[in-house]
Design a protein. Sequence first.
Length: 386
Amino acid sequence: MKYLFSFAFFISAIASYACSCANPGKMDNKQYEHYDFIATGVIDGIEEDDEVKMVFFNVSHFYKSGAELNDIVFTTALSSAACGISPNVGEEWLIYATRHADGLHVSLCSRSIVMKAEGMFGIPDRAQEDLLFLENKGQENEKYAIGNIETIQSEVLGESRTLNIYLPEGYSADSTYPVIYLLDGSAHEDFLHVAGLLQFCNYPWLKFMPKSILVGIENVDRKRDFTYPSRDEEYKKKYPTTGGSEAFMQFIETELQPYIETNYPVNGTDMLIGQSLGGLFATEVLYKKPELFNHYFIVSPSLWYDNLSLLEQEPAFAADNFDKEITVYVAVGNEGRVMKAVAKKLYKEVKSANKVKSQFEYFKDEDHASILHEALYRGFKDFNER
């Protein structure tokens, strides 16, 4: 919000104010109590005649402010002028004011851009230290947020699940957006770098992807949620929690998607991203309930699980009565003969289906640990071309 502030400079007051301007002292929270108003502002106009100089500021950031600050006119000597600095349009200034019976009076002004550019040379000690304190205080208190962290209670899973939700630039409840559901979607897994990649692909000079809501699903037990029951007794002994993908799929269909549709402005286009075991689960959804998503990004899927039994099933998207058009992007890196073979087998299956548009990418310079980011970049770019 911009406020217009004008300062009248009285030549007779300059000499007397120069002393208070040069008074050194370290700023702390107690000293803030002396000021009713502290802010930075950029000069956007100067008017002067023989007696009075008026400087007009657009205030850009408030560190501390009193109430009712619209259209306030400050009438005082400009401290920085007393210290030998003249104002110029476009400069950023630090402004202090105290409330008096006849209004707010400026107590101190200093040109903060000049202080930064010139190493604060020639600026009063008090202004130097105050500005440093305010900048450090701002860095400590201000947080950079890219979305929401939400928790939903799942009756299907019998537990609460955490969602990390990225909202695109310019997000508005009056618009509608596609939704991308990201498996392995916690902050220490894939949420942050996929959100950054999506933001990059939304740049207006690229437009590789439509502006979308990203829903990162944090893991509780990924071996449980991403795998169907195995027929391998040894594997079940080694990983006893496996086999819960049916419940996790039900959670997505009956709880997660309705929750997002109720609380966010969506347009009915849903995408699913899964890698490794997440890629196995994404493939299972594709085979058993392909109608849940319009687009699938499947990277390095662990289709070796249970001796490739998932690929032995007849996929629902291949049925004659399946009438929803979907796209499937499959990618694999230099991850060994088996991983490459099963990814190609999946691609061959989806490519043969009438209602499926498919794309396959092989990344010879990436392995299982490094492939996801580059694969999604390529998948997002190809998505735009499609």
